[in-house]
Ligand binder design. Structure first.
Ligand code: GDP
Ligand code: IMO
Ligand code: MG
Length: 428
């Protein structure tokens, strides 16, 4: 029987998905990204060297594991080639890279439009052209990687789209137009370098399933940044939930297996939007500095706060999370007590469920429960039993409140600073 697992971010992104994917990829034949693009920043370690991946799945460090970019992604060919080169310069074999021809292209004009739109309504995007590229996909104007196979048709489609983008840039935003010929030339050169990697990813998945091989789907961003269920409009433009793997990679829902939600032992968010447990005082600064909470893609400081079990319960439900991988537990090591939100208060009323109305969400006050900290170093722990009692009690409480088991714990950025938690382990 093949193992089909979906790994997703259960918060606002940057939960440590890259690190956990890298670990689980050891036992996977194929790792597939199914949404997003260069907005993602997933950090993995090759020995002592941190590598930042934006488009290529975090399984790429394992020779023999195929890594596919699914149809649900939006891809900037120049950025992808740069990432591939960076990996090769670090001694990583990229011959296992596969790209769906159905994935849409991010054009230089998508980046310009993304930044121009930010000037009008600040969402705090990563500026990578994600929203405009998905907009063109939905409007059926977009170009796909398979268009590179037919240069003449490609040029024709591109020139029509760029004429439209130029009208937007000049007439709506008062910016200079781009040079269509120059962009076409650059893209066709980049396209010719990517063509050898194109593959029917859905068919590849199907063949692997038939052969009983193991497949891991690697989500980008997190549940609360989902286009439909996140804190709209402060979201990304794709379906970040586990269900997105079906439409974003071409696998039927009935074939998906276990869903693993990755979640920090506290919360962070980068960009604008409501964040109920955000700490605007020195405690937030402490978490940012101790957790090195600066964006992998943009370098922006991440907003930090306590763990929010109301938001997490929402993610567990929407993603159908079977177990959680808890990361960055070590960041809490020195605290004498650890608060976490178990409910919200809205105009005197207690809410156990995450409100879908953003205006309500912006007004809620978290109701906290507090547990004693462990006040010692956990980074050397290599099994659940080696964690201090108070740390086990914290994890046990999270698991009990959410009704979900914890399958993995991470206590440092390196691959070896992680351990699996056997089912049924007595917690305290
Ligand atoms: P992703 O986008 O979900 O893959 O997460 P990022 O890579 O953007 O951010 C997670 C950051 O935390 C990276 O710098 C990781 O190296 C680091 N990290 C991951 N797990 C741990 C952990 O358990 N402890 C500590 N201290 N850092 C971690
Ligand atoms: P990973 O995969 C954290 C946020 C941006 C912004 C919003 C929209 O590393 O967890 P976009 O550029 O997607 O249009 O920006 O989404 N965002 C992320 N935040 N981690 C990410 O990816 C993110 N990708 C996008 O900061 O608020
Ligand atoms: Mg990240």
């Amino acid at each position: 029987m093949s193992a089909v697992r979906v790994l997703v971010g259960a918060q606002w992104g940057d939960e440590g998905k890259g690190k956990i994917t890298d670990l689980l990829a050891l036992e996977s034949d194929l790792v597939v990204r199914f949404q997003g693009g260069g907005n993602a920043g997933h950090t993995v370690f090759k020995g002592d060297v941190p590598l930042k991946l934006h488009n290529i799945p975090s399984g790429i460090l394992h020779r023999g594991t195929l890594c596919a970019l699914g149809n649900g992604m939006v891809i900037d060919p120049g950025a992808l080639l740069k990432e591939k080169k960076m990996l090769e310069e670090n001694g990583v074999d990229t011959s296992g890279l596969r790209i769906s021809g159905l994935a849409h292209l991010i054009l230089p004009t998508h980046r310009l439009l993304d930044r121009a739109l930010e000037g009008q309504r600040a969402i705090g995007t990563t500026g990578n052209g994600i929203g405009p590229a998905y907009t063109d996909k939905s409007a059926r104007l977009g170009l796909r990687l398979l268009d590179f196979k037919h240069p003449e048709v490609f040029k024709e489609k591109l020139s029509k789209l760029l004429d439209y983008h130029n009208a937007l840039l000049t007439k709506v935003f008062g910016l200079p137009p781009v040079d269509v010929e120059e962009i076409a030339e650059t893209l066709l050169v980049q396209g010719s370098q990517l063509l050898p990697h194109l593959e029917d990813v859905s068919l590849l998945i199907d063949r692997f399933l038939a052969q009983g091989k193991s497949i891991l789907f690697e989500g980008a961003q997190g549940a609360l940044l989902d286009l439909d269920f996140g804190t709209y409009p402060f979201v990304t433009s794709s379906s970040t939930l586990a269900g997105g793997a079906c439409s974003g990679a071409g696998i039927a829902p009935s074939r998906l297996g276990e869903v693993i939600g990755v979640c920090k032992a506290y919360s962070t968010r980068v960009g604008e939007g409501p964040f109920p447990t955000e700490l605007l005082d020195e405690r937030g600064i402490f978490l940012r500095e101790k957790g090195r909470e600066y964006g992998t893609t943009t370098g922006r400081p991440r907003r930090c706060g306590w763990l929010d079990l109301v938001a997490l319960r929402y993610a567990v439900r929407l993603d159908g999370i079977d177990s959680l991988a808890i990361t960055k537990l070590d960041v809490l090591d020195s605290l004498s007590e650890i608060p976490f939100a178990v409910a919200y208060r809205l105009k005197g009323e207690i809410l156990g469920d995450f409100p879908v109305d953003p205006l309500e969400l912006a007004q809620v006050e978290p109701v906290y429960e507090t547990m004693p900290g462990w006040e010692c170093d956990t980074s050397g722990a290599r099994s659940f039993e080696e964690l201090p009692r108070a740390a086990r009690a914290y994890l046990d409480r999270i698991s009990k409140i959410l009704g979900v088991s914890i399958s993995l714990v991470s206590i440092g950025p390196k691959r070896e600073e992680t351990f699996f938690v056997a089912a049924g382990v007595p917690v305290v």
